[in-house]
Design a protein around this ligand. Structure first.
Ligand SMILES: Cc1cc2nc3c(=O)[nH]c(=O)nc-3n(C[C@H](O)[C@H](O)[C@H](O)COP(=O)(O)O)c2cc1C
Length: 299
């Protein structure tokens, strides 16, 4: 019998749908026991978001400062797992606060020690550096990252910015005016079961060595070089902003408003310039980009 823990956090339900579809092949195998566990915080975040809470989550998300999590049930804690499927979303280019909080808790120390882990990301589109942070957290827990699936909004970057804002602030994952539906497409959410089939095969053969290659050949990960470049540049800027804002007490709300303006300018005015520069230098950094693509697709 193989024990699989499916651990996730979700606000809209998108990640729950993804991991539930992924679990279908595992659930239909009598030799696999699947346990689901959703992460919850003692002091939860609102959904839909209001503007203040959304920006207020920035410094602690980016600096990866945990909150207190509710303990998982005894049923979850009493087993040793052959595999953990960890479903997480990205907040401000970092693993979201609820997931980061769980991974910093005593429960994670117990569950993740020496356990193979496959990460399942459901994000807008900028997840690569968050996954680098995730790799470091998992290493600290003595877990073994064996696979990664990253499902994102495939629309043009600026379109997904407009639609995710509408989604996060209304709570409705729907078409907005002339814009497409936000988030991971319904087809990809349903299609996540194909990753479960791949996973099951490797789980039962007792080897995850070739898992990520097979996931990648099933389109589990797409690397867009421009987004990786933006992710890295934004991480540098966010480091400065987060350190500045975390030190403010009384004036924190004012600084968050300034950060909001900065983010608006960066997305709508700076990133198009970076994009043009990216295209101009592309032929000269082609080899480096290909090396990076291979690296970020792997675990
Ligand atoms: C505060 C906040 C910050 C976010 N930052 C990012 C980000 O940096 N990169 C990204 O790709 N998606 C980002 N997202 C989108 C989430 O990764 C995720 O796709 C969305 O919140 C839906 O997840 P859910 O399953 O919790 O509903 C952010 C969402 C929130 C609420």
């Amino acid at each position: 019998m193989k024990n699989v823990l499916i651990l996730y956090y979700t606000q809209s339900g998108q990640l729950k749908e993804i991991v539930e579809n992924l679990a279908i092949p595992l659930l239909s195998d009598p030799e696999v026991a699947v346990t689901f566990c959703d992460i919850s915080l003692e002091q939860p975040f609102p959904f839909p978001w209001d503007k203040h809470s959304f920006f207020d989550a920035f410094p602690e998300s980016f600096l990866q400062i945990p909150r207190t999590v509710h303990a998982p049930s005894e049923e979850v804690l009493q087993k040793k797992y052959d595999l953990i499927v960890l479903g997480y979303q990205v907040w401000y280019l970092s693993p979201s606060i609820p997931v980061n909080s769980f991974l910093k808790s005593v429960y994670a120390k117990q569950l993740f020690d020496t356990t193979p882990v496959i990460t399942v990301i459901g994000a807008r589109n900028m997840w690569v550096m968050a996954q680098e942070k995730m790799k470091a957290i998992l290493k600290g827990l003595n877990a073994k990252l064996v696979g990664n699936i990253a499902l994102v909004d495939r629309h043009i970057n600026h379109i997904s910015v407009v639609t995710i804002v509408e989604w996060m602030f209304t709570g409705k994952k729907e078409k907005f005016g002339i814009f497409p539906k936000p988030g991971v497409s319904d087809t990809e959410i349903k299609g996540a079961s194909k990753f479960g089939t791949v996973l099951l095969h490797h789980l039962k053969s007792n080897s995850f060595a070739a898992l990520q290659n097979e996931l990648v050949s099933n389109n589990a990960v797409e690397i867009r070089p421009f987004l990786v470049e933006m992710d890295k540049k934004a991480n540098k800027m966010f480091t400065k902003w987060a350190r500045l804002i975390i030190g403010k007490k009384e004036s924190r709300p004012q600084w968050l408003k300034v950060f909001n303006i900065y983010l608006f300018v960066a997305i709508w005015f700076i990133s198009p310039i970076v994009y043009i520069l990216h295209l101009l230098k592309y032929p000269f950094v082609f080899a480096k980009i290909n090396r990076e693509k291979a690296y970020y697709k792997a675990v």
